[in-house]
Design a protein. Structure first.
Lengths: 336, 336
């Protein structure tokens, strides 16, 4: 790889169902010089996250959807290579939403400085970044758990779920994780301190919840939707809360998936179901980031990264993410 | 009819799917004398309401479910015939949850006096009773509309929906009703002052909402569930609220009905969906009753009753209610 050419992954075509490598295309371009007020940045880590599948879909969305030929959406940890702004100097480490590419020219006002004292720079797009903020606010601001509450989190070993469960423990909850392999289940219980875990591929989630959450589920942090959610909805406690964070089980569906109509359950238990986005809490992100960093330093919050080496591997890693193949926060290491 | 025998409608057998007359049986019994602290009451009006279908179902419920042979659940407006309590005297008009029967002996502490100054006594189980309270609290305490909000209410001409829409107008909302006949649609617009109405049997609800609620639906008061709700979910506004009051379209289903999984829509719009029961707000019922009575006197709230004469007609009327055949609050007139 020479540093004289920029490479970017674009959406070559809109996937129908599960994305395939053919839906992505590598595009090369020259790297221009930054103008006044701009910086040239070089990607070190690219964050891969489930929400990106939504950007590839047409139809209503909370964000601009991709058109064929557009660079894939994404946030990176990057180094300032050249600066034409007094805000940054060459060598500064920042994060920026430049998408899946190796270099970009951006206005200095749009990038965010990374504080290396808080943790390794890769965590700025992980536990100290969007996934960590999502966990913190979805749990503490949407679900508002009380000590003693039973909290269920789906995709429990993922970048968001692992943080949700651990903050749930800090908050005095009984925490049950749902994940798709015995290895992930063992990890959240033995490494992260969850009270129990359910492997949704080998166990009956609803029946197991009857046993291990006999008083019902007070809080459900939902990353997946689908049959796992159906099972949790059968076990809600009175005045329970459900936070809809993601629905990864549905993202690859070509046709709208069908499931049981279970709204009547919400009447019986007077449950509140709420969709949220991490950006709704942006004013409070810095406070949350500081708290999470502190909990990590105290050893109360752990995290795991699944780092794939090489920019060229981004599409394959992303396709795996949608199938639960990653174990921990998925990152592409693009450069040293 | 002699007054020497009590008649009660019991659930003869648990319905599978739509109830039929065979699921009900008329049981006769003697009328005992009230003992100390008790009153003998005689039913004047029996209220028929969709929730009763839930009592006929087995499985988890917020209330005790009926077993075959039990008297059908229900609230009545009744007259005290004999009193062995200082709380009531013969001739007093009260309401009581004695179920579908003509007479009952009840503890005087369990009955509620009806204030005839508030309105005709039949309204004590209608707009001034459970349905009116349901509308008031589901709208004002759960949905919390702001002036200017677009409010959609399903089963718009029903005992609850008609009150929801009119209080929505008092609250400064743009109100859209969804109902199943042109007559009902015309009634809610021309008589009750709704801004518009959609006949879900002849119109495409989602497409019509795009036209008449171009900024989306801020508040959805859901009495029906099913495809009507699917259409509203496609048109939710940012930070919208959905109150799940009833799901009458689902109550007769023998198997759990299937529908599109639409939780992802809640993320995009940051919507809150909440199930509630009127009894959760019992401490505030008297305040609400006074306000509703005042609005009726001011001509700002109208109501319509669908009164079926004769206790023997209760099962047929109830079966019709579940199919939307009533027009207004359904009551059985049992005695003068």
């Amino acid at each position: 790889m020479t540093n004289e050419t920029n490479r970017a992954w674009t959406m070559a075509s809109r996937p129908v169902g599960e994305p395939t490598p053919k839906n992505f295309a590598l595009k090369e371009s020259d790297i221009p010089e930054p103008k006044h007020g701009e910086v040239l940045i070089k990607t070190l880590y690219l964050s891969l996250d489930p929400y990106m599948r939504g950007r590839m879909r047409s139809g209503p969305s909370y964000a601009t959807v991709l058109e064929p030929g557009d660079v894939m959406t994404g946030e990176v940890v990057a180094r300032v290579q050249k600066s034409e702004s007094p805000l940054y100097k060459a060598g500064d480490i920042i994060r920026s939403s430049i998408g899946w590419q190796e270099y970009a020219i951006v206005s200095a006002h749009t990038v965010k400085r990374i504080d290396p004292d808080l943790g390794p720079i890769s965590t700025a797009v992980g536990i100290l970044g969007m996934p960590g903020m999502t966990a913190y606010f979805g749990l503490l601001a949407v679900l508002k758990p009380r000590a003693g509450d039973t909290l269920v989190v789906s995709a429990a070993s993922g970048a968001v779920g692992a943080v949700v469960g651990q903050i749930g423990k800090i908050n005095g909850c009984k925490v049950i994780g749902v994940a798709g392999t015995d290895e992930k289940c063992s990890y959240v219980v033995n490494e992260l301190g969850f009270d129990s875990a359910i492997n949704y591929k080998t166990e009956n989630v609803s029946q197991k919840l009857v046993q291990i959450a006999p008083n019902g589920v007070d809080c459900y942090f939902d990353n997946v939707g689908g049959p796992v959610s159906d099972a949790v909805f059968e076990n809600l406690a009175l005045k329970s809360r459900v936070a809809i964070c993601g629905q990864i089980s549905q993202y690859n569906a070509a046709e709208p998936p069908q499931g049981p109509r279970n709204m009547a359950a919400l009447i019986r238990t007077r449950t509140t179901v709420e969709g949220f986005l991490v950006y709704d809490f942006e004013l409070q992100h810095e406070v949350a980031r500081g708290r999470i960093a502190e909990w990590i330093k105290q050893g109360r919050l752990k995290y795991m990264e699944d780092v794939v080496d090489g920019f060229e591997n981004a599409p394959e890693a992303f396709i795996g993410l949608l199938n639960g193949k990653n174990f921990g926060k998925l990152l592409i290491k693009v450069a040293e």
